[in-house]
Write a protein that binds this ligand. Structure first.
Ligand code: GCB
Length: 610
């Protein structure tokens, strides 16, 4: 080879080695059914505010250098006493995974930046199997390395991602290193300004999953739009794409049928059935569904129901429903920090049930998959949302691509959960032409990915005197009219005046109030005119209920919020102390007076919509 060819080849190899590696586009559906090894537990960690483990002293990323070496992900050990290594995972402290770092060490409460995590695990890879490292969520940007090799990067703090590691996994010890960075940036989703704590770290489960070479990677089995007698969807195989038979069994519904994959590994599903017991909050029936091919079997629990809008009504299984809801953040106030497992999820959903809810708004980002599965099991309908919150960079194409990817990942993960009835594409986004374009594209994308559910967003109102107006042009693209209104807290001086407000709503659709409410410090009692008192919050709810009774199309509300939650924006030294106090339950789990006001309202509504 002549020298110039040699040089060109070297350059090519180098360029190939620095191509950006990102997480795989789609994740294995129902990954826990494929779990080979749970990687939760204690991981060693290092706080790295200057990103010394990522950049060299010229600020060049080690993982983009020709050798790819030099970063903390090498997990070097001193083999000779004279050797200089300025880090040591083995002797570093540990953090619990899943779990944000802020709640695990006082020094990390306000930390925003990079933390390195390392976990060593043992495995014996089997020939003929494929292996994947799966993360439920890492906030916000994760760079992942296995045995010193970069697997890739993922952005987005609330959606799952995975990497195939079949060729890198070793028999014996394997070293998994994650650089988690929760720095906020204007062009990201969410952007710099939110009203919640920016909890960092590996906040959800991690596992090693394994599958056969050709396996069932994805599927959707849900009732066809507006048709209670047809289960429709697809089964997607990954691996070899010669035509294969897929068998679908739902024994309890007497279903045993087959379908065949096409050249792309996809098999359409259309099953006629008259025997289904439909999923509803009162009867959250889930069926054991088994999918199998010649080489693979996977089992899930799936509920079947229809949801649609007819005039001003929302019809669940053809019957009008009122959504008796409450908003929820992914936070356990008792820790306080991100929910760490099914027990934490169950605590919140049990409180929602005690309130008389049949519905929850999981704000403002995708919650844990465990939460959605529990809602399926406990009988709570769900509004699921992406963190397109407040003032996003509307004109940046990368920002749009990021938002759309997060929306796709949410829909793909939860498309088989009967509980989810509404995809929300954002919250309180300010009117402008670029924003309308951005949000309209997101709405179309959600409709295109899933035509069996409703698509909406939490809009804002504006006022003229006593008239509250809802006319956001985005409303044209949505299946419901849903908006936040803070009468009695951010506007409307006297609570007793609330019933004098009336609503002018441009769209003839069911109306859902996605937020209303006000703060109260649990245990602070005063007269109903005193801000922050439980009595004020109670009177606010009583007057809100009167005011909203004037909206004839009202078909649901999700007051803000079930439990007090942490927010850096909430600074009052007596009443807030970095807590948003709009919860109906305090950070110690104590129910405030307004909890019972809302519960009474829901008890009455439940009788009207049996
Ligand atoms: C809102 C936001 C929510 C805030 C809430 C508040 O409109 O959607 O994220 O936490 O108001 O308490 O101000």
């Amino acid at each position: 080879m002549n020298p110039s060819m040699k040089y060109a080849l070297l350059l090519f190899c180098f360029a190939a080695s620095i191509r950006p590696l990102t997480a795989q586009d789609s994740i294995v559906q129902n990954v826990t059914a494929r779990r080979e090894l749970n990687l939760d537990g204690r991981w060693n960690y290092m706080v790295d505010p200057y990103e010394t483990g990522y950049y060299d002293y010229r600020h060049q990323p080690y993982d983009q250098s020709p050798s790819g070496k030099g970063g903390y992900y090498d997990d070097r050990k001193q083999t000779d006493k004279s050797q200089l290594i300025e880090y040591d995972f083995d002797r570093s402290p540990t953090l619990k995974v899943p779990g944000d770092w802020n709640s695990q060490d006082e020094k990390l409460l306000y930390y925003e930046g990079t933390i390195w995590y390392r976990r060593v695990f043992q495995t014996t890879p089997q020939p003929g199997r494929r292996y994947f490292i799966y993360f439920g969520a890492v906030n916000y940007e994760a760079h992942v390395y296995l045995n010193g090799k970069k697997l890739g990067m993922h952005k987005g703090g609330f959606t799952p991602f995975q990497f195939e590691v079949t060729s890198l996994l070793k028999a014996g010890d394997n070293t998994l290193v994650v650089k988690a960075d929760n720095t906020r940036h204007q062009d990201e989703i969410p952007t710099v300004n939110t009203d919640w704590w920016n909890y960092g770290g590996i906040t959800r489960d991690v596992c090693l999953a394994s599958t056969p070479e050709t396996f069932i990677s994805d599927y959707q089995l849900q009732l066809k739009k507006d048709d209670p007698h047809t289960i429709e969807g697809y089964v997607q195989l990954a691996g070899q794409h010669s035509p294969q038979t897929v068998t679908i069994d739902i024994p309890e519904a007497g279903i045993h049928t087959t379908t065949t994959t096409d050249g792309g590994g996809r098999a359409p599903v259309a099953i006629m059935t008259k025997k289904l017991a439909y999923w509803s909050p009162e009867h959250p029936k889930l069926y054991a569904v088994s999918l199998s091919t010649a080489t693979d079997t996977t089992v899930d629990r799936i509920g079947f129901r229809t949801i649609r809008v007819q005039g001003k009504d929302i019809l669940l299984n053809g019957k009008p429903v009122f959504l008796r809801g409450i908003c929820i953040h992914d936070e356990n106030p008792l820790i306080p920090g991100r929910l760490r497992g099914e027990g934490d999820c169950r605590m919140l959903l049990t409180w929602a049930k005690q309130l008389g809810c049949n519905y929850v708004r999981l704000a403002h980002y995708p919650h844990n998959e465990a939460m959605i599965r529990l809602a399926d099991e406990m009988g709570l309908m769900v509004w699921a949302e992406v963190p397109v919150y407040w003032t996003i960079s509307w004109t940046n194409p990368d920002t749009y691509a990021n938002a759309q990817k997060q929306l796709s990942d949410l829909i793909n993960r939860d498309r088989n959960r009967a509980a989810v009835i509404i995809w929300s594409i954002g919250n309180e986004t300010p009117l402008s032409a670029p924003r309308l374009d951005f949000m309209s594209r997101l709405a179309a994308h959600a409709h295109q990915l899933d035509n069996t559910r409703l698509v909406s967003a939490a809009l804002e109102v504006h006022r003229q005197g006593n008239e509250v107006i809802v006319d956001d042009p985005l409303g044209e693209k949505l299946d419901l009219v849903s908006f936040n209104e803070y009468a009695g807290w951010y506007w409307g001086d006297k609570l007793a005046d609330l019933p004098n407000y009336h609503f002018t709503i441009k769209y003839d659709r069911p109306v859902i109030i996605t937020e209303l409410g006000g703060d109260a410090l649990a245990g602070f009692h005063a007269d109903p005119d005193t801000r922050w008192s439980e009595e004020y919050q109670e009177a606010l709810y009583a007057n809100q209920v009167k005011m909203l009774s004037g909206i004839t199309a009202l078909r649901g509300i999700t007051p803000w919020i079930l439990v007090d939650f942490r927010s850096p924006r909430r600074q009052h030294p007596v009443y807030q102390n970095f807590w948003n106090r709009k919860g109906l339950i305090s950070e110690q789990g104590v129910k405030k007076r307004a909890f019972y006001t809302l519960k009474n309202f829901y008890d009455t509504i439940a009788k009207k919509y049996p």
